[in-house]
Write a protein that binds this ligand. Structure first.
Ligand code: G6P
Length: 608
């Protein structure tokens, strides 16, 4: 979704802004623009399409001189992705420029009011009301002008403001949309995402909702919503710029698939001590845990599927009923949730609008929220009662891979920890589970190594118009994520079905050559799934099975097999997904798709 950058210093701003925007490209966008304070006032350059087009238009920024500026990548919501609708927007008098992430919910009323007062709107965006409000409330003091304008806004916004009257000053405002300040030496920055900052500084200030900051080359001052100055801690960003670069891989997605052993190690290693799972951030005693009579998991996309997959381990090990609910459904469902509900909120970005809203709704009903989040300092991480970080490092490809597997790793640890504390985790089972958890990074590496031939196999499947992913129990959960990966990046229709449900409809769609991906990693149900394989094959399907290495039964039944190393059934989703990630990757590659930035999708969905 939209990305924001801002720079003030003594260096040329435009090239730095363009570089920052390139680093935000992964979030998904359809137009881009910059505004730089020059000798003759604010100059705006914007284009529909890629940042590269903006680089070409501006000679990589050389044509836009000045050392203070703001930039934006826009993911269209209000108005088509045109040059005019792209940000930054300029006030009628040309003195204010604004970039905005989020949605101004009362923009229609404001637009009417401002139009009646004689302000001319050039774009169809909700954002444009902000620049006209700034002009209308201009008091000669930038800080109080911004405060008055912002007081009129309803909705979510991260704003970057540039004013010609204070040529080396930027204002950054945050309300329900992420904004991070970068602290430099003789220069300062802001961005919607730390990825845009790390090549310039590792010192970050995370703004909270309702706060705003004034940035000059000499320093940063942060204020609360009343204009009172406040002290904010400077946080050291722990990863460097290489972590957000491709490092020799053709795509971020492939790099992130390959990073999974290390990412999962980072998620589990600090939480295993002397043979025990220790969750310092969620260290509740048995009595407190016993008060929870159900667990509701809420999330969107792959994070939701991680919840579906972990439900089995959570229920088996804690004996607490677990209900995964899509955040976009939960928020409007008048949920039966109270103080005895433990809400688990899963989000890679920590900024997904529906997930935030679902969490707020449930907390308002008394539920306690445990967040499982990757991005440090994100909204969900900060507003939950407890947060377990997944420590996956930056994930750039829109389609999540290491984000998903690290979520699973943390959820498995959680299931073990809670089960153990409640005395419901069998003493005989615990060491076996612990053994598998300790080996996870190696097992994931092994699953990757076993599937280096998937590039060749993808050639058999890439022309399909439709693929079906089937499985039972934990395998069904894996199939859900497998199908989503395929859809997201290859644009091939893919559907996941509980294998036992095939007969109730989907089997009607199976015809000669239809590919069916059958996940068969649940030993207790393997024969059942094999019977489904036989049924679809009898109707002409070409079956690719995902199974444990050495599973002869499957080799005899499926047309093709991909393997993972054996692991406890409850943990299979973390391995079964690996060949399906690779299959989706190679199918998409074969079809020439834009793998890291699939059309219409965004990494961080910050609007409903
Ligand atoms: C988008 C992304 C998905 C992600 C989902 C939830 O749809 O493209 O990869 O699973 O949002 O995102 P979150 O950041 O909350 O995990």
């Amino acid at each position: 979704m939209c990305g924001i950058v801002g720079f003030t210093g003594t260096r040329s701003a435009a090239p730095l802004l363009l570089e920052g925007l390139k680093r935000l490209e992964y979030r998904g966008y359809d137009s881009a623009g910059i505004a730089v304070m020059g000798n003759e006032g604010i100059r705006v350059e914007k284009v529909s399409g890629k940042v590269q087009k903006l680089c070409e238009k501006t000679g990589d920024g050389a044509a836009v001189p000045g050392s203070t500026g703001i930039g934006h990548t826009r993911w269209a919501t209000h108005g088509a992705p045109t040059d005019t609708n792209a940000h930054p927007h300029l006030s009628n008098d040309g003195r204010y420029a604004v970039v905005h992430n989020g949605i101004i919910e009362n923009y229609a009323a404001l637009r009417e009011e401002l139009t009646a007062k004689g302000y001319t709107f050039l774009s169809e965006t909700d954002t444009e009301v902000i620049v006209h409000l700034l002009e209308m409330y201009d008091s000669g003091d930038l800080k109080s002008t911004v405060l008055r304008a912002v007081a009129r806004l309803e909705g979510s916004y991260a704003l970057g403001v540039l004013c010609a009257d204070q040529p080396d000053t930027l204002i950054a405002v945050r309300e329900a949309s992420p904004l991070i300040l970068g602290v430099g030496v003789g220069e300062n920055y802001f961005a919607s995402d730390v990825t845009a900052l790390v090549s310039y500084t590792k010192n970050a200030i995370y703004l909270d909702d309702g706060e705003f900051a004034v940035l000059t080359p000499a320093g940063i001052t942060v204020y609360d919503c009343t204009g009172r100055q406040i002290e904010k801690p400077v946080t050291r960003v722990t990863w460097d710029v290489e972590a957000a670069e491709k490092g020799g891989y053709a795509h971020f997605m492939l790099k992130e698939i390959m990073e999974q052993p290390a990412a999962v190690r980072a998620a589990i290693a600090p939480r295993l001590r002397d043979g025990e799972v220790v969750l310092d951030e969620f260290d509740l005693d048995a009595e407190t845990l016993r008060q929870f009579n159900k667990i509701v998991i809420t999330a969107c996309g792959s994070a939701y599927y991680a919840g579906c997959a972990a439900k089995y381990a959570l229920e088996a090990l804690t004996r607490i009923p677990v209900e995964p609910v899509l955040a976009s459904e939960l928020r409007y469902s008048d949920p039966l949730i109270d103080a005895h509900t433990l809400l688990i909120v899963i989000s890679q970005s920590g900024e997904t609008a529906d997930t935030i809203a679902a969490m707020r709704e449930c907390r308002a009903r008394g539920a306690k929220a445990l967040a499982i989040v990757n991005v440090v300092g994100s909204t969900i991480a900060k507003s939950a009662d407890w947060t377990l970080y997944t420590w996956a490092g930056p994930e750039i490809a829109v389609a999540t891979t290491k984000g998903y597997t690290t979520q699973l790793a943390v959820l498995f640890l959680l299931a073990m920890s809670v089960g153990r504390k409640l005395g419901r985790l069998d003493d005989a089972l615990y060491p076996a589970l612990l053994y598998d958890i300790l080996r996870l990074p190696k097992l994931i590496q092994n699953a990757i190594d076993l599937n280096h031939g998937l590039g060749a196999l993808a050639k058999k499947y890439h022309r399909a118009s439709s693929l079906f992913f089937i499985g039972r129990n934990t395998d069904w959960a894996s199939a859900l994520e497998g199908a989503l990966k395929m859809k997201e990046i290859s644009y091939i229709h893919a559907e996941s079905y509980a294998a036992g449900e095939l007969k109730h409809g989907t089997i009607a769609l199976i015809e000669e050559g239809t590919p069916v991906i059958a996940v068969c990693c649940n030993a207790a149900l393997e024969d059942k799934t094999i019977s489904n394989i036989v049924e679809v094959k009898a109707r002409g399907a070409r079956v690719l099975a995902v199974a444990f290495r050495g599973d002869r039964k499957i080799v005899a039944q499926a047309n093709d097999c991909v393997f993972i190393p054996p692991i406890h059934t409850l943990f299979t989703p973390i391995l079964a997904v690996i060949p399906m990630q690779l299959l989706a990757y190679y199918v998409a590659k074969e079809n020439g798709c834009d793998i890291d930035k699939p059309k219409n999708l965004a990494k961080s969905v910050t609007v409903e």
